[in-house]
Design a binder for this molecule. Structure first.
Ligand code: NAD
Ligand code: UGA
Length: 452
């Protein structure tokens, strides 16, 4: 059995590493058109930071896991092809700002049709709009190739930062396929791959469209919980309620559950916003404007939350941050990842720079180049300083904004930090990871999300 995965990103790399680990009898080849990324996967410095990933890649790479830019050969050799390319929000033309840009998916389908000589199972691993498999099938059916293809939907539910444990012990594996004898055979082939390590009762099979739509729906529901908590956090701040206590109290209800109720400066990451906007676009496309409007509110509330945080900083600092040094602790969209896509930190920093603040940024995994380019700034720009430690960032600053919940921020010596800052010294904990009472006892003016 040979597997090819097109797209060596945050999903393709970790997912295939796990398959190679659990299925030593399967040869797994991950391909990408980005030669730098492939070179990094073949080096000691992997392009994706995920706890536990390096160890797995080092144990299987060169045995049954391979990374290459030779896309055509890997496609031609494979029995199963995973398409794991990016599906960003479209920035142009019809559906700009909402619809998914499917040009990378289409390019893969055309390439597969062109170079395949034998029958294959094609697996949509990327997150795509419902009924995308129909378009892929049409490309195959009209390509003139003799090879026959079965298209399956197998969305990925891993979260960054916990990708390896999510992959090793998934809540479920979802496989959608055609309800025909050929479709069932293809589904079974993929079930057999996961059955190497996932209990059969956790492997769900559905029709194609249910599987495609379940992925967008899962992300919309998760993000909706965060926006709901964040909406309540605004009310907490003006009433004296504490959002962590409210979340704990409501989460004790089994019907609600305790996960994904953590108030924050706003959710980030490459998928929540993109997938909800995609859902909104689909609803509009299918003539359901009220449904579209309902889901769009989840994104609007998230934008509001990020704005509210910046406004709180500016108001607290006597309505001006112009020329003031502000320390930014954390830039990644969550802890344990080097990914900054759609990180709330980008919006907050951009808004603070618009107020002419001077930013001193520290993140344990995000480089200076990544921070500057996300803000559209060059290396020579003096409004942003990249620091090697939280202590360095805090020195001489007027305020600290905690934007990522890195564990190391909880263990800092805040007495020492306080001494090195301008007074009054402020902390704005955008992740509610610090003890505000302790900080206040040191002398800080400390603010959390959803805390008065
Ligand atoms: P990514 O941008 O990290 O990786 C995608 C890779 O595909 C890039 O390296 C790109 O060069 C490559 N690529 C694009 N077109 C190609 C082509 N024609 N041939 C070969 N390679 C090509 O993206 P990602 O974060 O891995 O996400 C991939 C998909 O998985 C998206 O649809 C996303 O919504 C979904 N997803 C992501 C996550 C996540 O945590 N990042 C989780 C679940 C699902
Ligand atoms: C999310 C989903 O959790 C995955 O199941 C899904 O596969 C993935 O999107 C995807 O499709 O890409 P991810 O974005 O990697 O995973 O990370 P999450 O843990 O979901 O966090 C997303 C954002 O929400 C982060 O900024 C995080 O800090 C924030 N968050 C999360 C909160 O503000 N509060 C919470 O309670 C939980």
């Amino acid at each position: 059995m040979k597997i090819c995965c097109i797209g060596a990103g945050y999903v393709g790399g970790p997912t295939m590493a796990m398959i190679s680990l659990k299925c030593p009898d399967i040869k797994v080849t991950v391909v990408d058109i980005n030669a730098d990324r492939i070179a990094a996967w073949n080096s000691d410095d992997l392009p994706v930071f995920e706890p536990g990933l390096t160890e797995i890649v080092l144990s299987t790479r060169g045995k049954n896991l391979f990374f290459t830019t030779d896309v055509d050969k890997a496609i031609a050799d494979a029995d199963i092809i995973f398409i794991s390319v990016n599906t960003p929000t479209k920035t142009y033309g019809i559906g700009a700002g909402r619809a998914a840009d499917l040009r990378f998916i289409e390019a893969c389908a055309r390439r597969i049709a062109k170079v395949s000589k034998n029958d294959k199972v094609i697996v949509e691993k990327s997150t795509i709009p419902v009924r995308t498999a129909e378009s892929i099938k049409r490309i195959f059916d009209t390509s003139g190739t003799q090879a026959r293809f079965q298209v399956l939907s197998n969305p990925e539910f891993l979260a960054e930062g916990t990708a390896m444990t999510d992959l090793e012990n998934p809540d479920r594996i979802l496989i959608g396929g055609e309800r025909s004898p050929e479709g069932e055979k293809a589904i079974q082939k993929l079930v057999n791959v996961y059955a190497h390590w996932v209990p059969k009762k956790k492997i769900i099979t559905t029709n194609l469209w249910s599987s495609e739509l379940s992925k967008l729906t899962a992300n919309a529901f998760l993000a909706q919980r965060i926006s709901s908590t964040n909406a309540i956090s605004a009310l907490c701040e003006v009433t004296g309620a504490d959002v962590d206590e409210v979340a704990y109290a409501i989460g004790m209800d089994d019907r609600i559950g305790s996960k994904f109720l953590k108030a924050s400066v706003g959710f980030g990451g490459s998928c929540f916003q993109k997938d909800i906007l995609n859902l909104v676009y689909l609803c509009e496309h299918f003539g359901l404007p009220a449904v579209a409007e309902y889901w769009e509110q989840v994104v609007s509330m998230n934008n509001h939350q990020k704005k509210r945080f910046t406004v709180r900083i500016v108001h607290s600092l006597f309505n001006t941050v112009a020329g003031k040094r502000l320390a930014i602790f954390g830039y990644a969209f969550k802890k344990d990842t080097n990914d900054i896509r759609e990180s709330a930190a980008i919006d907050v920093c951009r808004d603070l720079l618009a107020e002419q603040a001077q930013l001193a940024v520290y993140d344990p995994k995000v480089s200076s180049e990544t921070v500057l380019s996300s803000l559209g700034l060059g290396a020579e720009d003096e409004s942003v300083t990249h620091c090697q430690s939280a202590y360095e960032a805090a020195e001489d600053s007027h305020a600290i904004a905690i934007l990522t919940e890195w564990d190391e921020f909880k263990d800092l010596d805040f007495e020492k930090i306080y001494q090195s800052m301008n007074k009054p010294a402020f902390i704005f904990d955008g992740r509610n990871i610090l003890d505000l009472e302790k900080l206040r006892a040191i002398g800080f003016e400390a603010h959390g999300i959803g805390k008065s």
